[in-house]
Design a protein around this ligand. Structure first.
Ligand code: FMN
Length: 194
C-alpha cells in the first residue's frame, strides 16, 4: 500500500510530528510504502488558487509534485492535531488546494492532543471534511493523548498509553489496507463514474 501520511502543524515546538513519524515507521514495518507529507516542509501558500485553477504547467512546483503524489497514492492518513476544538490550519490549507486528486481512495484519521481527549473534536471534524473531498473514511481511528506521554521524542511508544497505541495500530492499518485493496481492485474492474 502506497500510503501518504499528512501532518500539518507549523509550530516550532510541535509534538504531533511524533505521531506522524510513528505511523510512517509502523506502516513501513508491515511492508507498506508510507510517505510523510509535512505541510510545513511542503510550504504551500495560504490558499489563493487551487491546483486545478492553474493553467497546465504553471502551478508552483511543490504543489504540482504533491498533486502527483496524491494521485499516485492508494490511501491517506491524516494526523490531526486540535486547535481550539478544530482542525489545524496548516493541514486544512494543504488539503484545500486539491479536490479531484483525492477522489476514490480511502482515508484514515489519527488525531492527537496534549490532553487526554486526544484531539477527539478535531478527529470528528475531519470525518466530515474528508468525504466532502471524495474520500471514504474508514471506521477505525486513532485518538492519541496525551501525545507526549504516548510517544517519546524519538517517536517510540512509551508507558501504558504507548502500549495501547501499539495494540490499536494493527487494527487501524489492517482496516485501511483492506479498503485500499478494495478500491484498487474496483479501479481495475471499472473506472470511477466521475
Ligand atoms: C492554538 C492552540 C489551541 C489548542 N487547542 C486545543 C484544544 O482545543 N484541545 C486540545 O486538546 N488541545 C489543544 N491545544 C494543545 C495541543 O493539543 C498541543 O499543543 C499539541 O501539541 C498541538 O499539536 P502540535 O504540537 O503538533 O502543533 C491547543 C494548542 C494550541 C497551540
Amino acid at each position: 500500500m502506497n500510503v501518504l501520511i499528512f501532518y500539518g502543524s507549523y509550530r516550532a515546538d510541535r509534538a504531533g510530528i511524533r505521531l506522524a513519524r510513528y505511523l510512517v515507521d509502523r506502516f513501513a514495518a508491515r511492508g507498506d510504502a508510507p510517505t510523510l507529507v509535512d505541510a510545513k516542509a511542503v510550504g504551500l501558500p495560504l490558499l489563493d488558487r487551487m491546483y486545478k485553477e492553474y493553467a497546465e504547467g504553471t502551478a508552483p512546483p511543490a504543489m504540482a509534485a504533491l498533486a502527483q503524489q496524491i494521485r499516485d497514492a492508494d490511501a491517506f492518513v491524516f494526523v490531526a492535531g486540535e486547535y481550539n476544538w478544530g482542525p489545524q490550519p496548516g493541514l486544512k490549507n494543504l488539503t484545500d488546494h486539491f479536490l479531484e486528486e483525492w477522489f476514490w481512495r480511502p482515508a484514515a484519521i489519527a488525531s492527537y492532543s496534549a490532553g487526554r481527549l486526544g484531539g477527539a473534536r478535531s478527529n470528528a471534524a475531519w470525518y466530515a471534511i474528508l468525504p466532502e473531498m471524495g474520500m471514504p473514511v474508514i471506521p477505525s481511528t486513532l485518538v492519541v493523548g496525551p501525545v507526549t506521554q504516548t510517544l517519546d521524542a524519538e517517536a517510540r511508544p512509551t508507558g501504558p498509553a504507548g502500549e495501547s497505541l501499539e495494540r490499536q495500530f494493527s487494527r487501524f492499518a489492517d482496516d485501511l489496507a483492506w479498503w485500499a485493496e478494495a478500491a484498487k481492485a474496483q479501479h481495475a474492474r471499472r473506472a470511477p463514474p466521475y
